[in-house]
Design a binder for this molecule. Structure first.
Ligand SMILES: Cc1cc2nc3c(=O)[nH]c(=O)nc-3n(C[C@H](O)[C@H](O)[C@H](O)COP(=O)(O)OP(=O)(O)OC[C@H]3O[C@@H](n4cnc5c(N)ncnc54)[C@H](O)[C@@H]3O)c2cc1C
Length: 176
């Protein structure tokens, strides 16, 4: 006897289209895994957190985004400095217990860097997040903007359900 088991709409559901959500969606789509991402805002939207760390380069490279980062002309960042108004002293060991009168700085090329460049970027988050989200979509992720996740239900005998709303309408999507 053949039993018809209903399939979920997607394998993975992602809530939020910031850098974490959209990078995850891009990685999954690239690996051929079906995923859906819900973002409550419509991009581009403003956000704090503009100063990328060098570790971001590996992700950008793996997702094939470095060329677009260059094309976007984000200012390049070759190092970081932690300063204090009270002293010009250089802080020269680890960053444990950094006192107020110290200064610490680092040039990225003094350290081992992941990837082929000795800099990272200072980004406009509205532009950067939009670029990442569009990239995830381009790689095959299903992306909804202007859609808020209200809750996730875990019924006993069925797939988890993400309950979303958009313009006062509530919809249900199931995920594996
Ligand atoms: C003042 C400040 C300064 C910072 N400076 C730096 C910095 O210089 N460098 C740095 O690397 N980091 C910085 N950060 C941290 C950085 O902003 C975060 O690490 C980064 O934004 C986290 O990314 P994310 O994708 O996890 O979350 P977010 O970027 O916050 O994205 C979450 C997304 O989820 C969406 N969302 C939330 N709830 C729902 C829902 N129910 N349904 C649908 N969508 C939803 C939101 O609209 C949002 O777009 C700073 C943070 C603060 C607060």
């Amino acid at each position: 006897m053949l039993i018809n088991i209903p399939q979920p709409d997607f394998d993975i559901g992602i809530i939020g289209g910031g850098p974490a959500g959209s990078s995850l969606a891009a990685y999954l789509a690239k690996a051929g895994i079906s995923c859906v991402l819900f973002e409550r805002e419509t991009f581009p939207r403003p956000h704090v957190g503009e100063s990328l760390v060098p570790a971001a380069n590996r992700v950008l490279q793996e997702l094939g985004l470095l060329e677009q980062m260059e094309a976007a002309k984000f200012p390049r960042k070759y190092g970081s400095a932690w300063t204090s108004v009270t002293s010009k002293k250089i802080y020269s060991h680890d960053f444990e217990g950094l006192p107020l009168d110290c200064r610490g700085d680092i040039r990225f090329d003094e350290r081992e860097m992941q990837g082929d460049r000795n800099y990272t970027y200072h980004v406009d988050r509205a532009k950067f997040d939009h670029l990442l989200l569009q990239h995830a979509r381009k790689l095959g992720a299903t992306v909804y903007e202007g859609v808020r996740v209200n809750r996730v239900d875990f019924p006993k005998d069925d797939f988890p359900r993400i309950v979303i709303s958009s313009e006062e309408q509530e919809v249900v999507k199931s995920v594996r």
